[in-house]
Design a protein around this ligand. Structure first.
Ligand code: NI
Length: 165
């Protein structure tokens, strides 16, 4: 299992760099990210969250947890509509808040072997991909909250960290 960085850890603000090498180390990292995500349990995990600053995310929004998705160097080609979903994040444990995002997106990326892929996503999958792609540019879902609410989240997590230290 990989350690997951937690807000307000400044390393979560790092901008990830594109992946250029698809070697065994990358495959091992992807497998470890899936294991960590499924165990958490969560529906998405960005490399940033495990302190690896590469443009890589894993996700699985299926009920049966049998539709693993790997996106490398992802780009959103188009966005349509809007939806509000109550989001959480493995890097912001115990906090849930409504975030407005595009309802339907078209994504282009590379798969785990460097092969190009493009597809449309909507609903929860669209939310998840947008949320995880934010991590790759150092952005967290709490950034969409008001400064006051974000400060309350920060205090709550710091208190939780002290209690568990
Ligand atoms: Ni997250």
């Amino acid at each position: 299992m990989l350690d997951i960085l937690e807000f307000p850890d400044p390393r979560l603000r790092t901008k990830a760099k594109p992946v250029g090498v698809f070697d065994q180390a990358l495959q091992d990292l992807i497998d470890a990210m899936f294991a960590t995500m499924y165990a958490a349990p969560g529906i998405g995990l960005a490399a940033t969250q495990v302190n690896v600053h590469k443009q890589l995310l894993v996700a699985d929004v299926s009920e049966e947890k049998n539709q693993p998705l790997v996106l490398i160097n992802p780009k959103i080609l188009s966005r349509e509509g809007s939806q509000v979903y109550q989001e959480g994040c493995l890097s912001v444990p115990g906090i849930f808040a409504d975030v407005e995002r595009a309802d339907r997106i078209v994504v282009e990326a590379l798969d785990r072997h460097g092969q190009p892929l493009a597809f449309a996503a909507d609903g929860l999958q669209a939310v998840c991909i947008q949320h995880e792609m934010d991590h790759l540019i150092g952005k967290l879902f709490v950034d969409y909250l008001s400064p006051l609410k974000r400060e309350l989240v920060r205090k709550k997590l710091e208190k939780a960290h002290r209690a568990s230290a």
